[in-house]
Ligand binder design. Structure first.
Ligand code: NAI
Length: 675
């Protein structure tokens, strides 16, 4: 756990707990003992602390989360390092995050490699740094810088850390140990961070909170972080640390941090595929083919190009191909303008792209992803043709949003090689990838789709075959109920507000306006069955025409629309409905609880492997607020009996299309939870 090596009168202590040198109880115990013994050893003049492998330390051991703390506590270990009578030097390479950085803050001197990243990311899981980080960092870097680091949770570079006084020197990785030893041998003064003063005007904190209101939003942790840093300016380190511990305890007990930790673990769990033979290995993907250079094909290609994987993109017409390719270039260039990538990276990515009208060119690809129009006949035609062209062992994937992968696979001679890879729009940005497992999908093919998805930065989740898979299927009952509620007396903005109040980026009608109210309407523009049809007939196609369910100004600012209300009224009259007052509670039950019910059906049918996968789908594909953990976690916090009784209360209004999940009822009766 801690390797000790003597270099004359300097002892080198190396954290050895691969892969990330997490500070679990064994490491804490060993580190504490090593420091105590070095302090007492008259032959030792100084201590150097380092990490083995790729980094110094990524911090706490996440398997200890939520469990009662075991002694020695990290704050005590850090304090013991700080009170050591001999100089302690921490030498950082790779990353020093969370508890890792707090250990470094306990030392008397810090040096780091040029590529090192230092940060306190606890806020991202709804917590605050609890081993003195909120007390020592402001004493070292000043209050403003400490607030930025602790409240954002984002790491800083070595260069920035040097500028802030967080480290004393940048040293190349090859020289790191040598430099640390040189520093140790010159017996520098013992500089204890706890003895420094953190000064700030009292109004700095309120101003910081105001400036960052957008990020802080409804979250508990950032406010607690600010409180803790404020304590560092008012109290001694010991008293400040007591305050830090109190604030942390409150966060730990709260629902938000439980939700955020759940989200963290849910994402890891989603990577695991149930019932896959242990020896399943992913196939190598050296070249990807993409069919269709439209909205999705372009974005999908960018993922692979950015990861250095060559892409062959095929279209039927030159102008569609040119349009698609130039949009990809424009997207890359926009990122370069914002400083997110360099122009060399733009050129590098684009040089890996082979645009062509020649279908046969797909013969060299290890994975082909089809992203043509959502039409079963067309997809079947394409897969049959692809079957004749793709090389043996190549994976044939479809980006379909709704269609039956098994039906598509059946037209090929190799249904085992067919899988769904459902990206979300914009495909170069959205993290979710639903990997759709067909009845005959080969385990290695499934594994490959998951692995390559992660390689290009996505969060892949396995789904079985059904209409809309996990995510879009859950939108169906929500939309059906929302549309009924419009007829019964609600207005789009009232329904949307229930969703945005929960913390979602938009409600169902804002989503239509963004995606295009006219999706699917052009096929039969004479239809007038629904309010949506009537809006389309009036050219109310959404944000792109500056009018949809809402009106928009040139800056895309939204206001409720009188014309939409009139249209809704006309449909109410036609349906013989007298509008009634609709409560937010009814909207919540009929749109959000119905989604939970649909999710329970999805679980019941084995479409999702586990409840937490459904949460991951909603967190990464639809902007479900992370501090609410996802729809399943959220349902658990409300209590499944409350969900069931809510649904029963409105069962009559919800119509015959609503199907109650037996699993949901069972779990509610047994007082169980989903996750
Ligand atoms: P799109 O209409 O923007 O692009 C389709 C492209 O396919 C067009 O450029 C068309 O020229 C090309 N194409 C048609 N037939 C072809 C053929 N035989 N060979 C080569 N190219 C051909 O459509 P979009 O939105 O990109 O959708 C594509 C697929 O992705 C659909 O299955 C859709 O359901 C799915 N999808 C769409 C999402 C979205 O938000 N737009 C999200 C997730 C999935």
């Amino acid at each position: 756990m801690i390797d000790k090596k003597l270099h004359g009168d300097v002892v080198e202590l190396t954290l050895d707990n691969p892969p990330v040198n997490a500070l679990g109880v064994e490491v804490r115990r060993a580190l504490m003992a090593a420091v105590v013994s070095a302090d007492a050893d008259p032959d030792i003049k100084a201590i150097v602390i380092r990490g083995v492998g790729k980094m110094f330390s990524a911090g706490a051991d996440i398997s200890e989360f939520g469990k009662p703390p075991v002694s020695p506590w990290l704050p005590d270990v850090v304090a013991r390092i700080e009170t050591c009578s001999k100089p302690v030097i921490v030498a950082i390479h790779g990353t020093a995050l969370g508890g890792g950085l707090e250990v470094a803050l306990g030392a008397h001197h810090r040096i780091a490699t040029p590529d090192a990243k230092l940060g306190l990311p606890e806020v991202k899981i709804g917590l605050l740094p609890g081993a003195g980080g909120t007390q020592r960092l402001p004493r070292l870097t000043g209050v403003e810088a400490a607030l930025n680091i602790i409240v954002s949770g984002d790491p800083v570079s070595a260069e920035k850390a040097l500028e802030l006084g967080l480290i004393d020197k940048i040293v190349s990785e090859d020289d790191l140990l040598e430099e640390a030893l040189v520093l140790a041998r010159t017996t520098p003064p013992v500089r204890r961070v706890s003895e420094l003063k953190a000064c700030a005007d009292p109004d700095v904190f309120a101003k910081f909170a105001e400036r960052n209101a957008g990020i802080i939003g409804r979250l508990d942790a950032p406010g607690a972080c600010i409180e803790a840093v404020k304590a560092a300016t008012e109290l001694s380190l010991a008293d400040g640390q007591t305050r830090e511990t109190e604030l942390l305890a409150k966060l730990v007990a709260g629902t938000q941090s439980t939700a955020l930790r759940h989200a963290f673990f849910a994402e890891r769990a989603a990577a695991k595929i149930n019932d896959l033979p242990a020896d399943t290995k992913p196939r190598a993907i050296r070249r990807v083919g993409v069919l269709g250079a439209g909205t999705m094909g372009g974005g999908i290609s960018m993922n692979f190009l950015s990861a250095g994987i060559p892409v062959t993109i095929v279209e039927t017409k030159q102008d569609a191909l040119d349009r698609g390719v130039s949009l990809m270039r424009r997207n890359y260039e926009a990122s370069a303008t914002k400083g997110r990538i360099t122009s060399a990276q733009v050129e590098g990515a684009m040089s890996l792209l082979t645009p062509t009208l020649d279908f046969e060119a797909l013969g060299t690809c290890d994975l082909v992803i089809e992203a043509v129009y959502e039409n079963m006949d067309l997809k079947k035609q394409i897969f049959a043709r692809l079957d004749g062209i793709a090389k043996p062992g190549a994976i044939l994937a479809s980006n379909t949003s709704y269609l039956d992968i098994d039906e598509i696979a059946a037209v090929t001679s190799r249904p085992g090689e067919v899988v769904g890879m459902h990206f979300f729009s914009p495909a170069n940005v959205m993290k979710l990838l639903e990997v759709v497992r067909g009845a005959k999908t080969d385990p290695a093919v499934l594994q490959t789709a998951m692995t390559v998805g992660r390689k290009v930065g996505k969060v892949p989740v396995v789904s079985g075959v059904c209409y809309g898979f996990i995510g879009n299927r859950m939108l169906e009952p929500r939309q059906a109920q929302a549309d009924m509620l419009l007829l019964e007396g609600a207005l789009p903005h009232q329904i949307d507000k229930v969703h945005t109040d929960l913390g979602m980026p938009m409600g169902p009608y804002q989503m239509w306006d963004l995606a295009g109210v006219d999706i699917g309407w052009h096929r039969d523009p004479n239809r007038t069955d629904t309010i949506k049809d009537a809006l389309c007939a009036q050219g109310r196609w959404g944000q792109k025409t500056q009018k949809g369910y809402y009106d928009y100004d040139e800056k895309r600012r939204r206001t409720p629309s009188a014309i939409t209300e009139e249209t809704i009224n006309a449909y109410r009259a036609k349906a013989n409905k007298t509008p009634r007052e609709i409560s937010d509670e009814e909207i919540t039950v009929r749109t959000l609880y119905t989604m939970v019910n649909e999710a329970a059906l999805i679980l019941e049918e084995g479409i999702a492997q586990r409840a937490s996968d459904i949460d991951v789908v909603w967190l990464y594909g639809y902007g479900w607020p992370r501090h609410r953990g996802g729809p399943m976690f959220w349902a658990d916090t409300l209590g499944l009996d409350a969900i069931v009784s809510g649904l029963e209360r409105y069962a009559d209004a919800m119509g015959p299309g609503f199907k109650f999940s037996e699993l949901l009822r069972q779990k509610a009766r047994a007082n169980e939870t989903f996750v």
